[in-house]
Structure formats: C-alpha cells, structure tokens
Design a protein around this ligand. Sequence first.
Ligand code: NAD
Ligand code: DAU
Length: 349
Amino acid sequence: MKKNILITGGAGFIGCHVVQLFVQKYPEYHIINLDCLTYAGNLENLSEIENSKNYTFEKVNILDVEALTSVFEKHQITDVIHLAAESHVDRSITDPLAFVKTNIIGTVNLLNVAKSYWKNLENHLFYHVSTDEVYGSLDHGGFFTETTPYDPQSPYSASKAASDHFVRAYSNTYKLKTVITNCSNNYGPNQFPEKLIPLCINNIKNNRPLPVYGKGENIRDWLYVVDHARAIDMVFHNGKSGETYNIGGFNEWMNIDIVKLLCQKMDGKLGREKGTSEKLITYVKDRAGHDLRYAIDASKIQKELGWEPSLQFEEGISKTIEWYLENETWLDNVTSGNYQKYYQDHYGK
Ligand code: NAD
Ligand code: DAU
C-alpha cells in the first residue's frame, strides 16, 4: 500500500525538519503537512521542499473535525505523525486553556478521525510526538526512563501528558496502532525565538539583555533538531507498535552555562571583544513552578533501533548560530509584529 503520511505541525520548528527529511528521503511517499499556522508556524521553514512532487500543504486547525476528515478522505491518509501543539511553557502559564484545546482536544480529534477513517487498523500507524516534561522534574541524580511515572508540573506538560494518555487509551481500547516518543529539549535552525537558545542569539545580535530565569541553575538535556527528526524516522519505520521510546542527547547543561557559551561564540563570530556579550546577562524573576532538571536515558532507542545523536553540542550550537546570522530576514520577519507585544508583556521593557 502506498503511504500517504499526514504530518501535523509541519510548519513549526521540529515539524519542518521532519517534513523535510521525509519528503527528501522517501520520494515514494506522499507527505501531507497539516498546520493552521499559529504564531509558531511558518511556511518559510519549508521553502526547500515546497515544490516537491510528493509534498502537499493543508492549512487546517486540528480543532476542526470536519476539515480534518476532508483531509483524510482527499489524501487517503495511511499514517499520522502528530507534532502540532502549543509548545511554549511560559505561554501555558498565562493561557492554559489554549493548551487544553490544541494539545488535548486537538489530539483526541485526530485520534477519532483516524480511527473512523481507517478500515483495517492493523495497516496504519498513529505516531504521537511528545516531551520528557511529562515525567516531571528531577533532582540532581537519576534519569527519566520509559517507565518513569508521569508527574507533569506545568500546564504545558499536563496537556502533553493528557494527550499521551489518550493515545495509549486508544491503543488499548480500540486497538489503534500507536507509538509515542518523549524527547528532551531541541535546538537548531528554525526555532521560534521565544525559546532560550534562539532568544539569546537574537538578543546578543541586537545587544539586548539576556533574561536568565532565577539563578540560571536549571538543567536541560539538549538535542540537535535534525537528530530528533532522524529518531522519528527510525521509530516510524522500525518502532514496535504500542511502545514508548525516550529520545535525548546525553547532553545536560545548566542554563547559565549555555547562555555564556552563546556569548563567547557570538563574540567571536561578530568580531566583538571577548566578554562583551556576557555583560548582557540579566537575572530575572523565575518561571512559576520552574522544573529543576530534565535528563533522558535514551538507551532503549539506542539498543533497539540503533539511534544515536550525530552532532556534538558545541558543533550544533555553532551551526545554529550561523543559521540565525545567515537568515536575518527569517529572524526579522518572526520578531516583528506580535512578537514585540509578547516580548514586552512577558519580559517588560
Ligand atoms: P512549535 O511551537 O515550533 O510548532 C508547533 C506547530 O504546530 C506550529 O507550526 C503551529 O502552527 C502548529 N499548530 C499549533 N496549534 C495547531 C492547531 N490547533 N492545529 C494545527 N496546527 C497547529 O513546536 P515544536 O517545538 O516544533 O514542537 C513540536 C512537537 O514536539 C510538539 O508536540 C512538542 O510538544 C514536541 N516536543 C518539542 C520539543 C522542543 O524542544 N521544542 C521537545 C520534545 C517534544
Ligand atoms: O524538554 C522538552 C521541552 O523543551 C519541550 O517539550 C518544550 O516544547 C520546549 O519548549 C522546551 O521546554 P523548556 O521550558 O525547557 O524550554 P525553554 O527554551 O523555554 O527554556 C529552557 C530553559 O531556559 C528553562 O529552564 C527556562 C530557561 N529560560 C527560558 C527562557 C525563554 C530562561 O532562563 N530565560 C528565558 O527567557
């Protein structure tokens, strides 16, 4: 059976890398990118593949069941890779309901449409892309594994945890073939500059303060976005139905150390005197309920599917900085208009 794969959220940061990989690597598949283009969705992310014969874009909101059903019928969707979501923790603190709508109701809509459209559920896969934040926060020891109990702490992670539970419930109750991956923090080209790394790159470039929450001692495990896309490719093709795979970079960093690394690298690239950008570091009010540490044990996907991160962090960070410096128009476009209002409301002047 020919595969017509629906990728949701394909105009966003991770989604655009997944769409690009699938369109280029699998010319025999038809890739349908479904995205309603929120502030985080951007078709400029897909300019390299937008004219490919095996690619179609559908501007649809996953809250619109009728439109979702039409897309399944029109393209005879065989499989789903679901990435569409509200993804920013800070926004979930100010507007939790938006996260309930897209991340929970939107996911259930998609499950329902897939379940009713697919006649023989055995032949189809519903792949749900999720986050390590569903496991809660770690102290300084230990790792999240696939069997760590869920303990979400923010409205964002609570909404993602609920969506994971619904996917498992559909697998158990209706025998839908599903797979879930829970990944750590991604960084790389095309990330919207509300997230720590691109926000700092943009602010260093423009000589603006670098807002570090609390003492900057929170820890995240960072993975280059293309390595996440490669993992999704492997799990989609070789993962076991009903399973969960954790994906992470084995790469823990304290926030303040990342911000300093960005400052050092950008001083070099911008020809500034050493130490110039570090003066921009500004400690600001901590995020409410800020999770201390995330760290993924990714040994299951390594052992069972042979996946490994391909890039070292310092190399990935250099490539990322270069991408943002070379794509000034992209950055200017996404930081004009509503971004200015978001920035002022969140960080003040
Ligand atoms: P993003 O915010 O950059 O992109 C989200 C995309 O979803 C955008 O293109 C947006 O337009 C689209 N979208 C949002 N609401 C929609 C709706 N109602 N209908 C249709 N489309 C909608 O997010 P991202 O960082 O690329 O994350 C993608 C997925 O990966 C999310 O499910 C997120 O939870 C998960 N994830 C992200 C990270 C990370 O570090 N960014 C890590 C692990 C997992
Ligand atoms: O762990 C996976 C998750 O990683 C994904 O599921 C989320 O979609 C993604 O947004 C990301 O969540 P974080 O909250 O960890 O990412 P963010 O870039 O917002 O923040 C990273 C760390 O930096 C976190 O400890 C908060 C801190 N931070 C963030 C911002 C935006 C700051 O100190 N200052 C800032 O201005």
